[in-house]
Design a protein around this ligand. Sequence first.
Ligand code: FES
Length: 165
Amino acid sequence: MEKQKKFEKVMEIIERNGANAARLIPILQEIQDEYRYLPEEIMDFTATCLKIPPARVYGVATFYSHFALAPKGKYIIKVCDGTACHVKRSETLIDAIQKKLKLSDGKNTTDDMLFTMETVSCLGACGLAPVVVINEDIYGQMTADKVTAVLEGIIKKEAANNANN
Ligand code: FES
C-alpha cells in the first residue's frame, strides 16, 4: 500500500510534465522535493515511464550535485565553511553538531532521519559569519553553544509533535 502510494506520486509528477523525456531534470527535481532524495526504484520507474534507458536517468542524477542518491534527514543543516566562516572558526560548529547528533565525517545523517549535516562553501552571507542554514532558516554569528541550543529546540519540537500525533 505504502509502495503503491509512493509510485502514485511519481506518476502524478511525470504526468504533469507530459511524460516528456526532455523534462527529465525538472521531473527529477520535483521527485526529490517530494522524497528528499532520488530512490533507486523511483529512478527506474521514471526511466520506464519516459521510455529512456535507466542509465540516462542515473547519469543526470549523478551529474548534478544537488541531486541526492541517499536518503537525507528532515532537517538539512548546512554549515558554511567558506573563507569568511572558516576564519571565524566554522569547524567548532561542525564539531559541536557532530557531537550533539552523534555524526562523524563518514556518517552525516542521524539514524532517526531527523538531521543531515553538510558543509558548503560560501552561502553568500559572509557578514554574518560563521553561518549555519537549517532548511530555510539562516543563523548568523553562530557559536557551538548557540547551534547546539537550536538543535535541542528542533529535537524538542519534533518530540512534542510526535507525542501529539
Ligand atoms: S564564507 Fe560563509 S557565508 Fe560566505
